[in-house]
Design a protein around this ligand. Structure first.
Ligand SMILES: *Cc1c(COP(=O)(O)O)cnc(C)c1O
Length: 388
């Protein structure tokens, strides 16, 4: 607790800054201090802050219909579902509000499949350092070391193995295994990408053993890595895909997508009060149309490459290593100094995220341009020089 937030339940250590306004890739606090946003609301504000088209979509829909209950269809939900399915090649979508909720849906769907088609198999294999959200089942699925002892007992049925370790995967699969769940690039875990060869082998094994593949693309999806979804460059298409964060451009929206053969929920098995509410559908469709444009995605790739190259130049100013990532999901390491660097940059007007003591993550709005990269790198240069 600080003097600023006496009524807010403590869950996170926050800086003493009150944000007031957002515009494009910048945030402004109540003192009108300007910040370059290198995290985009945590990979959420994919089109930057207060994008005019998104504002229009939201306001026009707000004048028309907010909520008719999830019992009724609404036109924006029909439009958005058609767009997403045609864009991705998946057949079916379930909408919800948060990434954790989308992952819960995926876990339930996998268990339903096990019950119906695989002798009640229910186990799901996930990976160390993975992050799948904060509901109890999603925390149980997550491989975050810090959560291991938290909120026991966990939801049973999850096994955590090392990423890219085929031997462990083969040993972990048994007749009760119904799914493997992974982030193509682990986000909260520090931007670690799965090897293409491992994913190929995993795909092969899943087909052989009748095990479903769930890709949690809550962070990597919707243009973040330079393709509409990350599975496109992995060469492996999941049976179940979850989306969140960037899909709403800042509006709470998430989705689970799957194929026709997994359209197996019975009425009442799954649902949500805010499932496919019109406001989110209207905004989400606008986000997906803009991000799904080939020229837009190409630019994300180019800006990402430019960002990586520019980060290399920082090696003259401080000890930085392991620059990595794809598109605009990047990270680098500053051994033991990440939180300090994050703090210093914040003071200088650049928002970054330190995932741990050594890792800095960059997940800016997808509309970042080279000039914004230059601006970020200039501040980083200054901060790194002061640190060393
Ligand atoms: C953020 C995140 C989630 C959780 O999303 P919420 O909207 O916070 O529930 C799940 N999986 C991944 C990969 C994420 O990055």
């Amino acid at each position: 607790m600080s003097i600023l937030d006496p009524y807010i339940l403590h869950t996170v250590k926050r800086p003493a800054v009150v944000m007031q306004k957002g515009e494009s890739v910048y945030l402004y606090d109540e003192n009108n201090k300007k910040y370059l946003d290198g995290i985009g609301g945590w990979a959420v504000t994919s089109l930057g802050h207060c994008d005019l088209d998104l504002n229009d979509a939201l306001i026009n829909q707000a004048k028309q219909l907010w909520n008719a209950s999830p019992y009724f269809l609404n036109r924006p939900m029909l439009n958005m579902s058609e767009f997403l399915c045609k864009k991705t090649g998946f057949d079916k979508v379930f909408f919800c509000s948060t990434g954790a909720e989308a992952n819960e849906s995926a876990i339930k769907l996998a268990r339903k499949y096990g019950q119906k088609f695989k002798n009640s198999a229910y186990k799901i294999i996930t990976f160390k350092q993975s992050f799948h959200g904060r509901t109890l089942a999603c925390m149980s699925a997550s491989g975050k070391e810090k959560w291991r002892a938290l909120y026991e007992p966990k939801v049973p049925g999850f096994t955590h193995i090392e990423a890219n370790n085929m031997d462990q995967l083969k040993r972990a699969i048994d007749s009760d295994t119904v799914a493997i769940m992974l982030e193509p690039i682990q986000g909260e875990g520090g931007v670690h990408e799965f090897d293409a060869s491992f994913l190929k082998a995993l795909d092969h094994l899943c087909k052989k053993e009748n095990v479903l593949k769930i890709f949690d693309e809550v962070q990597t999806g919707i243009g973040r890595t330079g393709t509409f979804c990350a599975y496109e460059w992995t060469g492996v298409k999941p049976d179940i895909l979850t989306l969140g964060k960037g899909i709403g451009g800042g509006f709470p929206l998430a989705a689970m997508m799957t194929h026709e053969k997994l359209d197996i929920f019975e009425a009442g098995d799954q649902g949500a009060t805010y499932s496919a509410q019109p406001l989110g559908m209207a905004v989400g469709l606008e986000v997906c149309k803009k991000v799904g444009n080939q020229g837009f995605l190409q630019k994300v790739l180019e800006t990402g490459e430019y960002f990586k190259k520019s980060l290399e130049s920082l090696k003259f100013f401080g000890k930085i290593e392991n620059i990595r990532g794809r598109g605009l999901m990047l990270a680098f390491e500053v051994p033991d100094k990440a939180p300090e660097l994050m703090q210093l940059c914040l003071e200088k007007g650049l928002i970054l995220n330190a995932c741990d003591a050594r890792t800095i993550r960059l997940i800016p709005p997808l509309i970042f341009e080279k000039k914004h990269v230059d601006e970020a790198v200039a501040i980083l240069k200054e901060a790194l020089s002061e640190l060393s």
